[in-house]
Design a protein around this ligand. Structure first.
Ligand SMILES: C=Cc1c2[nH]c(c1C)Cc1[nH]c(c(CCC(=O)O)c1C)Cc1[nH]c(c(C)c1CCC(=O)O)Cc1[nH]c(c(C)c1C=C)C2
Length: 674
């Protein structure tokens, strides 16, 4: 963060000498959080992320932030400037960094250049440790109390192919021993709440707790809805007598079929579906996409529900044993092939990880690292910095990409031009659309969530001061946090609150183990669909966001005004613009069209422009890593084959939309508690 701020004091240039200068500046100054409130031109213009920082505590100081980079000279690199052996990766978020890392490892003869538009790497990942005051009364136990804050993603799920791909990356970066693991049995894994209509309700965490849940106000009508779903024919049901040609036509139509989450739920569950949408599903969507069930595609975001109807007749039938389910149908050969390919990929990653790690991770709900998920991007940057064939440029927004059929591609930034045989475009798709004239469709189609994030820290001393009794706990319940559905009265537009100190307590214990005291940390998320009718300039400013957070914590958790206004409480507010892509209805069909157009493009086809990142193939860190790895593997294979036989180049980064026509996105499943 300080890198960004310091960088903006002078002109934005991407020369290597300048980057070393930035690294030096970062080490020497700009440490206090409050210095980050940007009044600088570059942050406001070249970065789409507007940062609003506020610390109410005089003691709060930021200690670490975005990945540190210091650029070494590249003159020793053997490939020189041969464009046929130069790959440019655009975008320094997790997707771009992962792609660059695997490419640099797999193609040591190629130069890999990573261009980042802003002055920091890491994208939405933004981990910062702050000092929040002193703890301990006597000289021996006295120490500085610190808290690790995340303004973006904070924990990672180890499940499925995406989860394994991420663990494989972490293993290769030697980060596995550093993981802070949260077991599935931990209270934070078991307890997730919904605030409806005016109280916290714990959601069922397993089948045993399901019957009790039927009486929760937010789940009222679930039995009626389930019965409606059971009786509603599948939209994929076809008469047995249909001709083969009819069947084929119907199958082709199904390939592109889609609907919103709202219409899916109401179609399957009738009137009860409307209630469940407003009391339950909207809350879950707030907690993943900061999005609305009316906009999001069911197929691309809750793909497990879509697949359940397609394969089993309905989501309820899918949960039944097969002898009770007459709606279950035979899989097509294409579906079988896709399932087999997915299973193969899982076992490949499991093999790479080894039985010990795979076994250990089976009992884990989520994990993070002592210095937050930012440790991952820092470790990637550190390794890239050590590699002679990797190069970074910050403050290097790509303003144009020109291709001349089979010749190399030319990229322009305000201060340089680059030639490349291939480009991996890992920035948000709308940025690619805005900054270049690729004439590719759909890049700006999907909206994205605007979210106000307020980190709140109560230093450990406040618990003993404000709570009487042995427990010393400021929060009324223990768990992951709570979400607010649209049916709850919510004029401030709060999406939910994460109990960070419950879900990853070890992040802060580790920092001051001598006292055993830990701060209480919360993150209040605001906005998303509640701001749809607002223009960007009227989004709440930093103080307004903090005030909203205080009101929410007071009315939802009963935290007293004295506690909230205590001068040692720390608040940090940040506005995250377009931070989570919303896959709108029809996303899969549009991605197939984009794939076709890209493949056939005279300048960018033939694997010359490859698309990567959350705009296309899944919003989680795991999805970003999985798809970046997949495309890097394909590029490496083609480059190696090409150097021998001039192999056919066909990569677009969108292969998953074409290869698995029934279920393109890996992480479409939801799991409320597991
Ligand atoms: C209150 C808002 C938000 C909370 N988290 C996010 C928002 C916008 C962002 C987010 N959460 C998840 C993802 C998916 C990708 C990932 O990294 O795993 C994103 C972008 C995961 C998630 N969080 C919740 C659910 C049900 C999921 C999906 C699958 C899973 O991990 O189980 C629930 C949840 N999110 C938030 C809270 C307070 C909460 C539940 C109480 C915060």
């Amino acid at each position: 963060m300080s890198l960004r701020c310091c960088a903006t004091q002078s002109a934005a240039r991407e020369a290597s000498g300048r980057l070393s200068h930035l690294a030096r500046l970062r080490q020497t100054g700009c440490r206090a959080l409050r210095t980050i409130a940007c009044s600088c031109a570059i942050c406001a213009t070249s970065s789409r992320l507007r940062k609003l920082q506020l610390c109410s505590s005089p003691d709060a100081r930021a200690r670490s932030s975005s990945p540190r980079i210091s650029l070494r000279r590249q003159s020793s690199f053997p490939a020189g400037n041969d464009p046929s052996r130069q790959i440019v990766v655009i975008g320094g978020g997790i997707s771009g960094l992962t792609a660059a890392l695997y490419l640099a490892r797999g193609l040591p003869e190629h130069r890999i250049v990573l261009l980042e538009a802003t002055s920091r790497l890491g994208g939405w990942i933004d981990s910062t440790r702050v000092d929040i005051g002193h703890v301990g009364n006597n000289e021996r136990s006295k120490g500085q109390e610190t808290a690790l804050l995340e303004a973006g993603p904070r924990s990672i799920r180890p499940s499925g192919a995406p989860g394994l791909a991420m663990l494989g990356l972490l293993k290769s970066l030697s980060l596995i021993p550093r993981l802070l693991l949260v077991p599935k049995t931990a209270p934070s894994a078991q307890n997730r709440f919904i605030y409806y209509p005016n109280a916290l309700q714990r959601l069922p965490s397993n089948l045993l707790s399901l019957p009790k849940a039927f009486f929760l106000p937010s789940l009222k009508g679930i039995l009626k809805g389930a019965w409606h779903d059971f009786r509603t024919p599948s939209r994929f049901a076809r008469p047995k007598s249909e001709s083969a040609l009819e069947k084929e036509r119907q199958r082709a139509r199904e390939q592109d079929a889609d609907e919103s989450i709202s219409t899916f739920i109401v179609r399957r569950m009738g009137k009860s579906g409307e209630l469940l949408r407003d009391r339950l599903f909207s809350a879950v969507l707030h907690g993943i996409y900061a999005g609305s069930p009316h906009v999001l595609s069911v197929r691309s975001t809750l793909g497990a529900l879509w697949k359940a109807e397609q394969r089993h007749g309905s989501p309820v039938r899918a949960a039944l044993p097969s002898w009770l389910n007459k709606g279950k149908r035979q899989l097509t050969s294409q579906e079988k092939a896709a399932d087999e390919a997915a299973a193969k990929e899982v076992s490949r990653y499991e093999k790479e990880l080894g039985d010990v790690i795979v076994g250990r991770m089976k009992g884990i709900s989520v994990y993070s690292l002592p210095e937050g998920v930012g440790e991952i991007t820092q470790a990637i940057v550190d390794e890239l910095e050590r590699m002679p064939n990797a190069q970074f440029a910050l403050n290097a927004p790509v303003t144009n990409i020109v291709g001349r059929e089979a010749r190399s591609l030319k990229l322009s930034t305000p201060h340089s031009t680059y030639s490349a045989s291939r480009i991996v475009a890992a920035q948000p798709s709308a940025s690619l659309d805005r900054s270049t004239s690729t004439s590719l469709p759909w890049l700006s189609h999907n909206p994205g969530a605007n979210v106000g994030v307020v980190n709140v820290i109560f230093p450990s001393s406040l618990a003993s001061h404000f709570v009487s009794g042995a427990k010393d706990r400021l929060l009324p319940v223990e768990g992951f946090g709570y979400l607010i559905p649209t049916a709850t009265e919510n004029v401030d537009g709060v999406l939910g609150v994460v109990f960070d100190s419950d879900s990853l307590p070890d992040q802060d214990v580790a920092a001051h183990a001598s006292t055993g005291q830990t701060p209480t940390k919360l993150t209040v998320m605001i906005g998303g669909p509640h701001w749809t009718s607002k223009r960007e300039h009227s989004f709440p400013k930093e103080q307004e966001l903090v005030d909203i957070a205080k009101r929410a914590l007071n009315s939802h958790l009963g935290l007293s005004k004295d506690l909230l206004e205590d001068r040692s409480a720390v608040y940090r507010a940040k506005l995250q613009l377009k931070c989570i892509p919303h896959y709108a209805v029809g996303h899969i069909a549009r991605m197939r069209d984009l794939d076709d157009k890209l493949r056939a493009h005279p300048d960018f086809g033939n694997g010359r422009l490859v698309l990567a990142g959350a705009s296309y193939t899944g919003v989680s860190l795991n999805d970003c890593v999985l798809h970046a790895r997949r495309l890097a593997d394909r590029i490496i294979a083609e480059e190696r084959a090409g150097s021998v036989s001039g192999g056919s180049r066909s990569i677009t980064g969108l292969e998953s939309f074409v290869e698995d026509r029934t279920f393109a996105l890996q992480s479409g499943a939801i799991n409320l508690n597991g």
